[in-house]
Design a protein around this ligand. Sequence first.
Ligand SMILES: [Zn+2]
Length: 556
Amino acid sequence: MTGGKLQVLATRGNGETGSDITHNAPYIRGLPMTIPYHGKVVVRGEAVMSYADFKRVNARFPEEEQYRNPRNLANATVKLYDSNLLKNRPVAFVAFRLVAMEGLPGSFHKQLSVLNTLGFNVVEHTTCPASVLADTLETYTRMAESYPYPVDGLVVAANDAAYADEQPGTGKFPNKLSGYALKWADETEETVLRDIEWSASRTGLLNPIAVFDPVELEGTTVSRATLHNVSYVLEKDLKAGDRITVYKANKIIPAVDENLDADGAFSKGGVSLMQAYARYLLPMKCPVCGANTSLFESNGTLFLKCLNEDCAAKKIGALVHYAERDCVNIAGLSESKVTALVNRGFLKGFVDLYRLGQYRDEIIAMDGFGEKSYAQLQKAVQASRAPSFVPFIHALGIPNIGKGQAKLLRNWLGEMYPDTAYMDSFLDAAAHGVDFTVIDGFGSVMDKSLKEWLCQNMQMLTELLMELEVTEKPSGNVLSAISGKTFVVTGKVTHFANRDEIRAKIETFGGRTAGSVSKNTDFLINNDVESTSGKNRKAKELGIPIISEEEFLSMY
Ligand SMILES: [Zn+2]
């Protein structure tokens, strides 16, 4: 940085030349674009992604293109050419070294404090006398386990940076005083691999999971670890009965380290793919639906997939969506729980969610469930039996019919059949082949898509409605947010053709409109909420809420 502005952001690359990634700098968190210092400053740091973001972002990739860990994904992200992609891939810069600056402070601790003052996100650090170094390392080791980012070690450096930098050091004999990296030795345990389970995922891939005799690792009992894909199993030559060592990657994720009984037969070419099926217990049939499986290769890696287009595993995504908060809202029904239930054959569609009671004992015995978690799930399922119309339609995952379209349907049904529950009038309208394109904003693609879906799923929907009560009726309540309220509309509108159209809408819902803001105004609609126009200032003075068009749309 010079002149108080970021000039160049580069990756470390091979240590000699890195790539210029300055274009991505504005999207990397914790990296200031301007600093309150105008001389030249060189800072070194690392791009990191939290476990939570990693999980979310990685899930968007096709399974065979997913990243192994947050570090790989963060590194790939900062090197992207299209900066726009970074908006949905949160990466943070963590500064760990002030490399150059005029009048560089002589103490390491001060250097980091300077970085902090300049606005950088700085790595966790502390200063301590050498006598308590061991205890401090211990404390930081414990902290690492609760860190949202993967951390693989600690660095110890002499606080007298000026003195430390004068010490000799080469690649082979590094200067340990200027920064000595300590990696944690992973706690590894030996155990016996008992089985490889193949868990179907939402795309129909079958993912291997090692099941081994339970061992204590980093304070918890572990008996399972992901094996990623078929190639991984083959390369490690993993067979039931083998002695293996296991550890927790970054102290968190159980992983297989070594197979002590590997003879490398496969990598030496001594095993054909057909023999591999028997040797490594690759399932010929999908554990979920029983259809045939097939091996396929992607970027040099072997995967196993189910060949059945209608495999229940492919409904995992739909089931997860169904349970989401703005859908039917089954709290705590995560993707991993859905996946586990689908894999056991307990869950094939929405209706089965309400019939899990018949598998009570088996579910309680499942990994990741137990008595308490089963009880919570049942409670959440019971609480979801009376959804409102819009979240329910949204939950069904009908192509082209989202929350917005469901709202349009509801409002129209409310006007057409004011005394009937929305769901009943909806089914009635559908049965009579009503052309929903009469609804403003409801296009022919949506109409067609909705009808096709109903045609194919009527049986399922009927069964589902026996488990649920979607009894919400049109009532004044639905409109109360607008009816009787006075609105002032100002500024440009985007969802409506012009301001008159939005005013007409307000009046259909029983609201009033006025030309200027007064103490009788309930809402000022202005997309530029921060505008300093007269109307905005007046509204702020009077404490009248200023809402955007979007917020207005959500009122009905
Ligand atoms: Zn299948």
